[in-house]
Design a protein around this ligand. Structure first.
Ligand code: SF4
Length: 228
């Protein structure tokens, strides 16, 4: 598989926040979010081929039982499903972090962490807008989202930039029949200052709607850098 990075750290987002986990970050993404916090997997992909044996050996060496398959978009990787099955055979708890645009057959997953991309992600101002059409065409796939939310335990995690994003979030949560406690709102930002600037109004929205506020613990602990 083409891998961007593998590391052992603390899960920083979502209902397993704080759990020590091995992260397998695949290279490449089918989307181009304007605020992408892992541009080295999307806008400027960098990676190397690592065999499934090599990935499993890394997991075996570092794990305390939790593995996070992330990206980029891990579910476009040709061997994603096979890797998850091998991790399950190793007794790992598997979280898959995905934008929810594709679903390969035969995936093993204990927590599907789905982060559908809202209109705030569309890159109108980057690279002359050349990714806008593809991003808009692919960013929401209701059929795949419905399967992901019925076939797996899941959380629905939204990156929120503006109060206006709520209209789209409410529409998706309703279409997917997602209970409010499984909807997580995460302020957009890759620095403590940016997160703090949005924290108060995002938390108020959570209180009003019964959604879960989603901090980014790894930014607080380590800042925005690779390998953490
Ligand atoms: S889906 Fe994730 S990895 Fe892909 S461009 Fe958006 S933020 Fe970046």
């Amino acid at each position: 598989m083409n891998i961007s990075e593998m590391f052992y750290s603390i899960q920083g987002e979502g209902i397993l926040s704080g759990v020590p986990s091995v992260f397998i970050r695949t290279n490449y993404c089918n989307l181009r979010c304007v605020w992408c916090d892992t541009p080295y997997t999307s806008w400027q992909p960098e990676g190397r081929e690592v065999s499934l044996d090599g990935i499993c050996a890394f997991v075996e060496e570092h794990t305390r039982g939790h593995v996070v398959l992330t990206g980029g978009e891990p579910l476009i990787a040709p061997q994603a499903a096979e890797l998850t099955r091998r991790l399950r055979d190793m007794g790992q708890h598997i979280t898959v972090e995905t934008a929810g645009t594709v679903l390969p057959e035969g995936l093993a997953c204990d927590l599907m962490s789905i982060s559908p991309k809202l209109a705030n992600s569309t890159p109108h101002q980057r690279e002359g807008g050349r990714w806008v059409a593809q991003h808009e065409r692919l960013r929401l796939n209701i059929g795949v989202l419905k399967r992901l939310t019925t076939e797996f335990a899941y959380q629905l995690k939204f990156v929120v930039a503006e109060p206006e994003d709520l209209v789209e979030i409410l529409g998706l949560a309703s279409a997917l029949r997602t209970p409010a406690h499984s909807v997580l709102l995460m302020p957009e930002g890759v620095t403590r200052e940016e997160l703090l600037a949005r924290a108060s109004w995002v938390s108020e929205v959570c209180k009003r709607e019964g959604f879960r506020y989603c901090p980014r613990l790894h930014i607080e602990l380590y800042g925005n850098r690779k390998g953490v």
